[in-house]
Design a protein around this ligand. Sequence first.
Ligand code: DX5
Ligand code: ZN
Length: 223
Amino acid sequence: MAADLVIAPSILSSDFSRLGEEIAAVDRAGADWIHLDVMDGHFVPNITFGPPIVAAVRGASKKFFDAHLMIEPADPYLEAFAKAGCDGITVHAEATRHLDRSLQAIRGLGCKAGVAINPATPETAIQYVLDRVDLVLVMTVNPGFGGQSFIRSTLEKIRRVRALIGDRPIRLQVDGGVAPDTIGEIVAAGADTFVAGSAVYKGGTEAAYRANMDALRASAKRG
Ligand code: DX5
Ligand code: ZN
């Protein structure tokens, strides 16, 4: 599995005053995907950015734009995020009343569909939508902020989601507290796609971003 790992830097930890450059820098430094944390101050206690910002930075990288919508409701904004250039759109199971419909809408817009679950949400919340998704995101912190500590009880849930996925072509993503000291156990539990904000963007230079991602990959392989 190690060869197939995806590292998706979260731009939440980047310097927003130079957002386009910061995306281009992690792209050159070896990022597989670019993770976009969209927050509404309602579903989560923080506010970030919306479709116009995504559209503005779309030209900074050709890599997969992985939008993580922490917004409630999500349905009214799906089309705008697709038009802004997102390749994948992930909605929270807790934030959309008709999850099956939301996931169909995302695929209908030509995007990969993802479903996210918070640390306190059981894996059964996604059990009946697995044929509608390309990605399951197990949150390993409570969403809203970068730089939080990894919640260890999620490891068991990652193992259970891996079992639920079976042989479906679905990526199992984790987000929150992913760092060289945690990624080994997370890989062992069955995740293959890793969001990392502070662990990638610390250091503030392209050389640091490359070294940070190399350290994540090396620890993942050891795990
Ligand atoms: C949290 C966001 C994460 C966050 C991760 O709500 O969804 O993507 O940026 O940050 P780190 O990697 O610093 O925990
Ligand atoms: Zn995220």
